[in-house]
Design a protein around this ligand. Structure first.
Ligand SMILES: Cc1cc2nc3c(=O)[nH]c(=O)nc-3n(C[C@H](O)[C@H](O)[C@H](O)COP(=O)(O)O)c2cc1C
Length: 345
């Protein structure tokens, strides 16, 4: 059996609608190491060859690394994927990603995201359009299914016919949203049946979790991190054993990062008050890495103005310790189970 070594560990940051926008990605990369590849939160509604939805900073090649950022589309229409891919290629991007994982009912009920997974004929129709496109570099991010983990079995022949650059599997069902545990046994059974590189995604919250997954899936060397990295931005560097900073130094670095991100967003969006909502979405994970997480979250969540937000954040960094490894899947009703924010950017 081929096994992956620590040195080829390839880490990706999962997209988060409302959090991992262009400013987050830029600031993240200037403060932390370890992530090899990122994805845009999903685009949708690409109805024309020169879509207005693709004119903003989120995908502007002047602001984004076209080599390592992969634009993502939420769609169930092959023609739309092709239109999206050709516009991304014109910007210099090397690959596009199709979202077949989004679990939110308003998306899934329209047979999009993970809601597309039960509809094999619809996926087959899309695949027919995509197979005719030479030069299209496509990856897919999916779940095990929407209702049942057997849905992916029926889709594998289609996925295998698409010459995908990789298949990212968030090893849960769509109907689980983000709750419950990933079905690792099912994931392990799938891997040998897939003819392209496979990326594991789901509940990697610490170096120990990563090691355990590496032990379970020795053939895998591509991993996608999600909520664990939003709670502790050092997670990728820790997995790669690249960071020797003490907790107090880590806290300073995180303070510089969140401040820089906040100021960047205020400047880019002319102090639009919706920026507070964006920062709170990040804090809905980040607070978990502090010594008094409930207190940290309460003070940030309650802030109603930029001044109140700044005071709350300053107090957290002044009074609390950085613990790190925050996200353990604990159920904070106001954090990871909330709907993605409406787009303001
Ligand atoms: C608020 C929120 C927004 C998300 N937005 C996207 C998205 O735009 N595209 C996508 O493929 N996944 C999205 N995801 C899923 C994450 O990228 C990731 O797959 C998921 O959190 C599982 O990984 P984890 O268990 O390591 O957190 C989102 C998740 C959450 C909680």
């Amino acid at each position: 059996m081929i096994t992956a070594s620590q040195s080829d560990t390839h880490l990706q940051l999962g997209p988060f609608q409302g959090i991992t926008d262009v400013y987050f990605r830029q600031e993240y990369h200037s403060f932390f190491t370890g992530i090899d590849r990122t994805f845009t939160p999903f685009f949708s509604g690409i109805h024309t060859e020169n879509s207005r939805n693709l004119r903003g900073p989120e995908i502007d090649p002047a602001l984004n690394p076209t080599e390592t950022l992969c634009p993502q589309l939420l769609s169930n229409d092959g023609e739309e994927v092709v239109r999206f891919a050709s516009q991304c290629a014109a910007f210099g991007y090397k690959e596009v990603n199709l979202n077949m994982g989004c679990p939110y009912p308003q998306v899934a009920l329209k047979k999009r995201g993970s809601g597309l997974m039960p509809y094999v004929e619809k996926v087959a129709l899309m695949a027919e359009t995509l197979r005719n496109e030479t030069g299209l570099k496509l990856s897919i991010k999916c779940r095990l299914g929407y209702y049942e983990n057997t849905e992916i079995d029926r889709l594998l022949p289609i996925f295998n016919s698409l010459n995908l650059t990789e298949l990212i599997i968030h090893a849960r069902l769509g109907k689980q949203m983000y709750a419950g545990t990933p079905d690792k046994m099912k994931f392990a059974q799938l891997v040998p049946k897939i003819n392209c590189p496979v990326v594991y995604n789901g509940d990697i919250f610490s170096w120990e979790d990563f090691k355990e997954n590496q032990r379970l899936f020795p053939q895998i060397n591509r991993w996608m991190l999600g909520r664990g990295l939003l709670a502790d931005p050092f997670l990728a560097a820790d997995i790669k054993q690249q960071c020797s900073l003490e907790a107090s130094e880590r806290k300073e670095q995180v303070y510089r990062f969140v401040t820089s991100l906040y100021l960047r967003r205020r400047k880019a969006k002319n102090d639009n008050p919706a920026i507070l909502g964006r920062m709170k979405e990040l804090w809905s994970y980040l607070h978990l890495s502090f010594s008094e997480p409930a207190e940290a979250w309460r003070s940030v969540r309650r802030s109603r103005s930029f001044d109140e937000y700044e005071e709350a954040v300053a107090n957290i960094f002044r009074n609390q310790q950085w613990i790190g490894k925050g996200f353990r899947g604990e159920s904070d009703p106001d954090s990871y189970k909330t709907e993605p924010s409406t787009k303001i950017f």
